[in-house]
Design a protein around this ligand. Structure first.
Ligand SMILES: [Ca+2]
Ligand SMILES: [Ca+2]
Ligand SMILES: [Cu+2]
Length: 295
């Protein structure tokens, strides 16, 4: 049967209780289609006497956000580049864990496709496809990374208050985005353990140290953060040739919105800096960031 030809209402498939979807993804898709067919039959054959469906479980969604940017430093490299280094902390302030599961058919595949496991309030979970990718190393580290979980951009603040990305609007330098692309995320910062459901001990321990595996999970528990310190490999924006002045550095979590969250509007933070030669940049202003718990 061609599923598209049955004019099934769009909401049909959503009526399947989420917590029943614990099988592997392909199997679940099959179950979902069959459930739809049954639901359509029920719509046709029965009418007012149809029993009320059992209450569906609700998602417990993660909520990724950024803590404020910190530890701004200028590094002069031996080959005369200038690097703006800084620390980022990505946090989960939602009501569910953030869990990304990578897999590949063969260890000859250089990358893994990624599904997100979405938990619910009935103790179950479901998987949803994403366009995110995982890959091995790339930064000299012996672990797996999720590509571009965080991204950063440096913008010049012009006199009229407008912002322009460095490298745009007639600049002769190229755009300045963060050099870091690989993110090995896990519970390593106790950010707000007062949040409901936050585990007191780290639940996600790391991001895998075996290059041959066919599946790898990473995650961030409720209330936990994952720090990328200023002195890490690639944790910088190249500011070679960038003149002194006011700049805004913005960092986003899940900028491409690959992952389902309870709030996609709080995924960024920014800091305005004054760049002055190789002095440590002065912080002029800070944008919104995920708050620490009130003491
Ligand atoms: Ca968010
Ligand atoms: Ca998102
Ligand atoms: Cu790494």
């Amino acid at each position: 049967m061609d599923h598209r030809g049955t004019h099934v209402p769009d909401h049909c498939c959503l009526a399947v209780p989420e917590h029943t979807r614990t099988d592997p993804l392909e199997t679940r898709m099959g179950l979902k289609l069959r459930s739809c067919a049954i639901a359509v039959a029920a719509l046709v054959l029965a009418a007012a006497s149809a029993p009320a469906p059992a209450a569906a479980s609700s998602d417990r969604l993660p909520d990724l956000a950024m803590y404020k940017l910190m530890d701004f430093q200028i590094e002069k490299t031996p080959d005369h580049r200038r690097l703006l280094r800084y620390t980022t902390i990505i946090v989960n302030i939602g009501t569910g864990n953030f869990q990304a599961e990578g897999s590949r058919a063969s260890s000859a595949d250089p990358e893994m496709s990624v599904v997100q496991r979405v938990f619910d309030d009935a103790g179950g979970s479901r998987l949803r496809r994403t366009a995110a990718r995982m890959y091995w190393s790339g930064d000299g580290h012996t672990h797996w990374h999720l590509r571009d979980l965080e991204t950063s951009l440096l913008q010049r603040i012009r006199r009229d208050g407008d912002r322009t990305a460095v490298g745009e609007a007639g600049d002769r330098v190229r755009p300045r985005a963060s050099a870091k692309h690989g993110f090995c995320f896990f519970d390593n910062i106790k950010f707000n353990l007062l949040l409901v459901g936050a585990p007191l001990d780290a639940f996600y321990p790391g991001c895998g140290t075996d290059s041959t595996v066919l599946a790898q999970s990473m995650g961030l528990s409720i209330g936990w953060g994952d720090a990328y310190w200023y002195d890490l490999v690639d944790q910088w924006v190249d500011i070679t040739g960038v003149e002194d002045g006011r700049y805004r550095l913005t960092t986003w979590a899940d900028a491409k919105n690959w992952f389902l969250e309870s709030d996609d509007s709080n995924n960024f933070t920014w800091t305005e800096l004054r760049l002055h030669g190789n002095r440590p940049p002065a912080v002029i202003a800070e944008g919104p960031f995920a708050p620490l718990p009130e003491a």
